[in-house]
Ligand binder design. Structure first.
Ligand SMILES: [Zn+2]
Length: 66
């Protein structure tokens, strides 16, 4: 009656599928505060929007390339 479930040998736990992190993106949730840059023109408090390869201030339009 009861179906015996056999765990596949070394399933899921070895190698494959372990490196599945979304680490390819810049923004890390929960850690984004660290990445936030304040605009050098507007001063602290005005944060710049992070783009792929640049930071942009929506307030004054200042753009900083990386
Ligand atoms: Zn600015």
């Amino acid at each position: 009656m009861a179906e015996k479930k056999e765990a596949p040998k070394g399933a899921a736990k070895s190698g494959k599928g372990k490196k599945r992190t979304k680490g390819s993106y810049y923004k890390v949730e929960g850690n984004s505060l660290k990445r936030k840059k304040s605009c050098p023109k507007c001063g602290a408090g005005v944060f710049m929007a992070e783009h792929k390869d640049r930071a942009h201030c929506g307030n004054c339009g200042y753009t900083e390339f990386r």
